[in-house]
Design a protein around this ligand. Structure first.
Ligand code: FES
Ligand code: FES
Length: 168
């Protein structure tokens, strides 16, 4: 399979899940494993451009396909606007759910550059934040959307003016 743009080949057991392949075989521990029930969504990665719960995918099923993990969001030392948004708007508390949230958010913004708060909530509805920080997560994604829109239209705009307060 291709992981973050690099081809990888390994001999693995057929029952190995993609989450464990990424973490234990490739050392990509940014993707977290949070449950045994396919509920938490902290394990979300992209498979051929679609967010998937990597604990529900056999590694062998990803053979020949493209996987993207949270490690690939930062490019050339520059944070993805989604990462920046989580930083600016306090989108994380313990940070455990954050990798999956960010991969889903990135996919959402690639399809819908200006999502409503409701659309953001629907997009992340398969993911659980135990720190109950949903208000700031939504705000973080909105920050990223505004920032990207600003850089697309007018470099002099100030997307930082998007609300950056704390959760209520
Ligand atoms: S680890 Fe919880 S949904 Fe995948
Ligand atoms: S920030 Fe702690 S689980 Fe979401």
């Amino acid at each position: 399979m291709t992981v973050n743009g690099e081809e990888v080949t390994r001999e693995i057991e057929g029952r190995l899940l993609l989450i464990h392949f990424l973490r234990d075989h490739l050392g990509l521990t940014g993707t977290h494993w949070g449950c045994d029930t396919s509920n938490c969504g902290t394990c979300v990665v992209w498979l051929d451009g679609e967010p998937v719960k990597s604990c529900t995918v056999l590694a062998a099923m990803a053979g020949g396909h493209e996987v993207r993990t949270v490690e690939d969001l930062e490019q050339d030392g520059k944070l993805d606007p989604v990462q920046q948004g989580f930083m600016e708007c306090h989108g994380l508390q313990c940070g455990f759910c954050t990798p999956g949230m960010m991969m889903t958010a990135r996919a959402l913004l690639d399809r819908n550059p200006d999502p409503s708060a409701q659309e953001i909530r629907e997009a992340i509805s398969g993911q659980i934040c135990r720190c109950t920080g949903y208000a700031t997560i939504v705000r973080s994604v909105q920050w990223a959307a505004a920032h990207e829109a600003g850089s697309r239209t007018d470099e002099t705009d100030s997307p930082e003016t998007v609300a950056t307060g704390t959760a209520s």
